[in-house]
Write a protein that binds this ligand. Structure first.
Ligand code: GL9
Length: 834
C-alpha cells in the first residue's frame, strides 16, 4: 500500500501554504514510495511524490465538502457522460488551490522544475473531443461556483489512442495512461454495485397481487467506483468525478466445475475484462457495437443504483427523489438511465408505473450535441432486448404510451398525418430503439449547445418534438474554463490581463471586458504582441522538438486543431494552402506575408477520408516545406497527437483560429472559444458558437465567409448542388483538384488521393459529391484569407482586434453556462464552506 504524508494536519487554505512543510512531504513521499532520496528519484517518481503531497491537501477539503453536503443535504446534479476529457490534473489542481506559484518556488528550491514535473503526467484522455472536454470544463465550473455535483463515467483502461505519424500516415498507439498508477484517484470498493446483462425476465404475482419482475439466467459484472477530486478555484470545495471500473463478480470457484458453471464463470470474467477496456474513438459517429451498449448500461446502472441508494440513506420517501437529484444526460450515450431509473423504482421500490414515470420525467434532462445523422444512436431491437431484457420491456411500455399520446393529440387535427408523426417520433420503430426520441419523451429538458444549433433543433431536426413539448426546449451555449485555458495555459497573458484589470476575471470572466480601454493603447498593443510572440516561440520550440520542423515565430500562426472530420473541412484548409503554393510558384515576386499553417487532429481509426486527409496535409507539408523556390514563406506543420496538454500551448500561440465547418454542422465548437480567449482572430463560417463569438467581438474583428446555415439547408433540401460547375469555371479550384490526382503531392502514387478527389467531384458514383460544400465555399474562403493577410500587415490594428477578442470573451466561460443550467434546468443551491 502506498503511503504518503500530508503537508499539514489540518486543512490549510491556499494562502497559508507552508513551503517548508510541502518540501518535507515531497521528500518523505519519495522515500516511502521508492526508498530513494530526491537526488536518486527519476522524473516520474518526483511527479508521483509531488502529486501525493498535493492530494493530501486536497483530501482535507474533499472531506470537508462532503461533510457539508451531508449536513446541508442540497439537491445534486449527476452529470452522466461516457466521456470526461480531463487532461492533466497536477497543474490544474495547483491552479485551483491557488498554490501554483508557491509550489513552483518550493520545487525550485529543491532544484526541481514544475513544468518538467507536469510533463511527466499522462493526460487523462477519457474522451474524444469537444463533448468530453465540455464535461471536464463543466466539472471545474460546478466546483468553482460551489454547486453539489457528481460526474459519472467509465474508468477506461485505455483512453483516446495516441497518434503517431509514420510516413505521413496516422498510426494509432494504445494509451496506457494508468501504467505508472494514478496518484489522484481513490478506489472505493465499499460502493461496488452489481450490473446484470442478458438472461430473461420472469414475472410472478406476489402476496399483494402485484406483478414482480425478476431477471434470471443473467451474467453479472461488479462495478467498482474510483473517485477523482474536482477542486474548485480558491473556495475549498472539492466535488467528485466517479468513474467505474469492472471486476468479475466472483473469482473462479472450484465448485463451478461440479455445477457445470465453468463456461459461465469464464464468460463473466471475460465480460468484466472487456467492458471497460477501451474508449471508442469515434467523434460524432455511431458505430452500433454491442460492447458499446454494454459500456453504456454498465456505468449507468451502477450510477443510478448509487444515486438512489445515496438518496435513501437520508430520506424515506422515494417519491421526492427529484427534489434532491437531477440527471443531466450528456448526449444520448447515457439515456438508458431513463429506463434504469424506472426499473429500480418499480422493481426494487415497488412503485407503480405512474409513480415511477413522474419521478423519472422530473429527474432526467437531455443535452443534444449534434445534428449529424450518422451520430444518432439507434439500437437494433434484437441486440437491445437480448442484452437488456428488462430494460427493453420498459422502453417498449414507454413507447406504447407515447404512441397513444401522439394518436390522442393528433388524430382529430386536420392536415396532420398521424402515421407520419409516429414514424418520425416513436421510440421503437422499424426494428430499432431510437435513443434521442426516448431522451426527449422521458425528460423535463432538452437543450442545444449554441443558439443557432438550438434553433435548428427546434425548426428542423426535432421540429415534431418541439411542437409537442415546446416548454422542454432551451439553449445553453457552451463555454470553457478560463482557469485551465488562460490562467494555466498562458501565464504571460494571464499576468498581463491581471496587471491591467485585476484578477476578478479568474472567477468572473466578463470582468475581462475592462481590457477594452487598452485596445487602442499603443503600449498595451506592443506588450500584447510581445506576449503573443513569446508564446509563438514556445510553440516553435515544441514543434522543433516533436516534428523536427523549424518555423518562424514572426510568421502568421494560422491554426486548425480539432478532431478530423469531413464536416470540419480540414480539406478546405489544405486545398487553399495548395492554392497559395501554386500562386507563389507562378508569381515568385508576390508580396506574400509568411504564414505557418498548423494542423492537429486525430481521425477515427476506421474513417478513410479523414485518415487520407492527414496524409494529404503531411504530403503537402513535405513538398512545400522543402521547396527552396518559395523561400520558407509557407510552412505546413501537422502536430502529432493533438491532446489537452499540447492544446494549451497551441491556443496561446495562435494568431488565426480556423473555424471553417460547413454551416449548420458544428453544433457549437469550444476550441473557437479557447482561441478567442487567447487573442486569436476567428476565420470562420457562421456556424455553431461562431455566430455568438462574432456578435460579441464585432464582425470587423473576425473574418467571416461562406454559405449560411440556411443556405446549406436549402441546398440539402433540394438534393445538393453541382460542384462540376465550379470545377469547370474556377481555374484555381481546377488546378488544386487536378493536383490531387496527378501526383504533385504523391510522386510515387498519383492515385493516392483519388478518394478525396472523388468525394468532391465524382457524380458518376451513386454517392453525392461535395456534401460539405468545400468547392462551393472555396472562393469565399480564399478571399477571407486575403483579408487576414492584409489585416496582419497592419500590426497595430491587428493587436487591437486581438485584444478586443480577449476582452469580449466573457460570455464564453463555462461558469456562465453552468449558472444557466442551474437557474433554468437544475435549480441547485450553492454550498459555501465556512
Ligand atoms: C460535439 C459537437 O460536435 C461540438 O460542436 C460541440 O461543441 C461539442 C460539445 O457540445 O459536442 N458533439 C459531438 O458528438 N462531439 C462534439 O464535440 N463529439 C465528441 O466529442 C464525441
Amino acid at each position: 500500500m502506498k503511503k504518503s504524508v500530508a503537508a499539514s494536519e489540518k486543512p490549510v487554505k491556499a494562502k497559508e501554504f507552508d513551503k517548508e512543510l510541502f518540501k518535507r512531504s515531497v521528500e518523505y513521499n519519495v522515500r516511502t514510495l521508492y526508498r530513494k532520496n530526491l537526488e536518486e528519484a527519476d522524473a516520474q517518481q518526483i511527479f508521483q511524490a509531488v502529486s501525493y503531497a498535493i492530494k493530501d491537501r486536497i483530501v482535507e477539503n474533499w472531506m470537508e465538502t462532503q461533510k457539508a453536503y451531508e449536513k446541508e443535504d442540497p439537491k445534486m446534479v449527476y452529470y452522466m457522460s461516457m466521456e470526461f476529457l480531463m487532461g492533466r490534473a497536477l497543474g490544474n489542481n495547483l491552479i485551483n488551490l491557488k498554490a501554483y506559484k508557491p509550489v513552483a518556488e518550493a520545487l525550485e528550491e529543491l532544484g526541481l522544475d514544475l513544468n518538467l514535473i507536469e510533463d511527466q503526467e499522462p493526460d487523462a484522455a477519457l474522451g474524444n473531443g469537444g463533448l468530453g472536454r465540455l464535461a471536464a470544463c463543466f466539472l471545474d465550473s460546478l466546483a468553482t461556483l460551489g454547486y453539489p455535483a457528481y460526474g459519472c463515467g467509465i474508468r477506461y483502461r485505455y483512453g483516446m489512442f495516441k497518434q503517431e505519424i509514420r510516413d505521413g500516415y496516422q498510426v494509432e498507439v494504445p494509451d496506457n495512461w494508468l501504467m505508472n498508477g494514478n496518484p489522484f484517484e481513490l478506489r472505493r470498493p465499499e460502493y461496488a454495485k452489481i450490473v446484470k446483462f442478458g438472461g430473461y425476465v420472469s414475472v410472478h404475482t406476489d402476496e399483494n397481487g402485484r406483478n414482480v419482475f425478476t431477471q434470471e439466467g443473467y451474467q453479472s459484472v461488479k462495478a467498482i467506483p474510483f473517485d477523482f477530486p474536482i477542486v474548485g478555484y480558491g473556495n475549498g470545495i472539492v466535488n467528485t468525478l466517479r468513474i467505474w471500473d469492472a471486476e468479475p463478480v466472483e473469482c473462479f470457484q472450484l465448485d463451478s466445475f461440479d455445477k457445470g458453471d465453468y463456461q459461465k464463470a469464464v464468460e463473466q470474467e471475460n465480460l468484466a475484462r472487456n467492458i471497460v477496456e477501451v474508449l471508442y474513438p469515434n467523434d460524432n459517429h455511431y458505430a452500433g457495437k454491442e460492447l458499446r451498449l454494454k459500456q453504456q448500461y454498465f456505468f449507468i446502472s451502477a450510477s443510478v443504483q448509487e444515486a438512489v441508494e445515496k438518496y435513501m440513506r437520508k430520506h424515506d420517501d422515494i417519491h421526492k427523489f427529484y427534489e434532491k437529484v437531477t440527471f443531466q444526460l450528456n448526449d444520448t450515450h447515457p439515456t438508458v438511465a431513463i429506463a434504469e431509473l424506472m426499473r429500480v423504482l418499480m422493481d426494487d421500490y415497488y412503485l407503480t408505473w405512474e409513480e415511477a414515470w413522474e419521478i423519472t420525467t422530473k429527474t432526467c434532462a437531455y443535452t443534444n450535441h449534434t445534428i449529424m445523422a450518422e451520430a444518432l444512436e439507434k439500437w437494433p431491437i434484437e441486440l437491445f432486448s437480448r442484452l437488456l431484457p428488462r430494460i427493453y420491456q420498459i422502453v417498449e411500455e414507454i413507447n406504447r404510451r407515447f404512441v397513444l399520446d401522439i394518436q390522442q393529440k393528433y388524430s382529430n387535427v386536420p392536415g396532420v398525418d398521424v402515421q407520419e408523426k409516429i414514424r418520425k417520433m416513436a421510440i421503437i420503430y422499424d426494428g430499432q430503439v431510437k435513443m434521442a426520441n426516448m431522451a426527449i419523451v422521458s425528460g423535463y429538458s432538452v437543450n442545444g449547445v449554441a443558439r443557432l444549433h438550438t434553433e435548428i433543433l427546434e425548426k428542423q431536426e426535432l421540429k415534431d418534438f418541439y411542437e409537442m413539448f415546446p416548454e422542454r426546449f432551451n439553449n445553453k451555449t457552451n463555454g470553457i474554463t478560463q482557469r485551465r485555458f488562460l490562467l494555466h495555459a498562458n501565464p504571460l497573458l494571464a499576468d498581463w490581463v491581471t496587471a491591467h484589470v485585476g484578477d476578478d476575471w479568474i472567477t468572473d470572466l466578463p470582468q475581462i471586458s475592462r481590457l477594452k480601454v487598452y485596445a487602442d493603447d499603443k503600449k498595451a498593443q506592443q506588450e500584447f504582441m510581445n506576449i503573443k510572440y513569446q508564446n509563438k516561440v514556445r510553440l516553435a520550440k515544441y514543434i522543433l522538438e516533436h516534428n523536427g520542423i523549424e518555423v518562424d515565430p514572426r510568421s502568421i500562426f494560422d491554426v486548425q486543431v480539432k478532431r478530423l472530420h469531413e464536416y470540419k473541412r480540414q480539406l478546405l484548409n489544405i486545398l487553399h494552402v495548395m492554392h497559395l503554393y501554386n500562386e507563389l510558384k507562378e508569381h515568385p515576386e508576390l508580396d506574400f506575408y509568411p504564414r505557418t499553417f498548423i494542423f492537429g487532429a486525430k481521425a477515427a481509426a476506421g474513417y478513410r477520408n479523414a485518415k487520407l486527409t492527414i496524409k494529404l496535409i503531411n504530403s503537402v507539408a513535405d513538398v512545400v516545406n522543402n521547396d527552396p523556390a518559395i523561400n520558407g514563406k509557407i510552412k505546413v506543420v501537422f502536430i502529432e497527437n493533438y491532446n489537452v496538454s499540447n492544446a494549451e500551448i497551441i491556443f496561446a500561440a495562435a494568431d488565426v483560429s480556423e473555424q471553417i465547418s460547413t454551416a449548420s454542422k458544428e453544433a457549437s465548437g469550444t476550441g473557437n472559444m479557447k482561441f478567442m480567449l487567447n487573442g486569436a482572430l476567428t476565420l470562420g463560417t457562421m456556424d455553431g458558437a461562431n455566430v455568438e463569438i462574432v456578435e460579441e467581438v464585432g464582425e470587423e474583428n473576425a473574418f467571416i465567409f461562406g454559405l449560411s446555415a440556411q443556405e446549406v439547408i436549402n441546398y440539402e433540401n433540394h438534393g445538393g448542388y453541382d460542384p462540376m460547375e465550379i470545377f469547370n469555371n474556377d481555374q484555381d479550384v481546377r488546378k488544386v483538384l487536378m493536383q490531387l490526382i496527378n501526383g504533385t503531392f504523391a510522386p510515387g502514387d498519383p492515385e493516392l488521393f483519388r478518394p478525396l478527389y472523388n468525394s468532391l467531384l465524382n457524380t458518376q458514383c451513386t454517392a453525392k459529391a461535395d456534401t460539405y460544400f468545400i468547392l462551393k465555399d472555396f472562393k469565399s474562403y480564399a478571399e477571407a484569407q486575403k483579408r487576414v493577410e492584409a489585416a496582419y500587415r497592419d500590426e497595430d490594428n491587428w493587436a487591437k482586434s486581438a485584444i478586443l477578442n480577449v476582452a469580449c470573451s466573457g460570455k464564453f466561460t463555462s461558469d456562465r453556462t453552468i449558472q444557466q443550467y442551474v437557474d433554468e434546468i437544475w435549480h441547485l443551491d450553492k454550498v459555501v464552506l465556512k
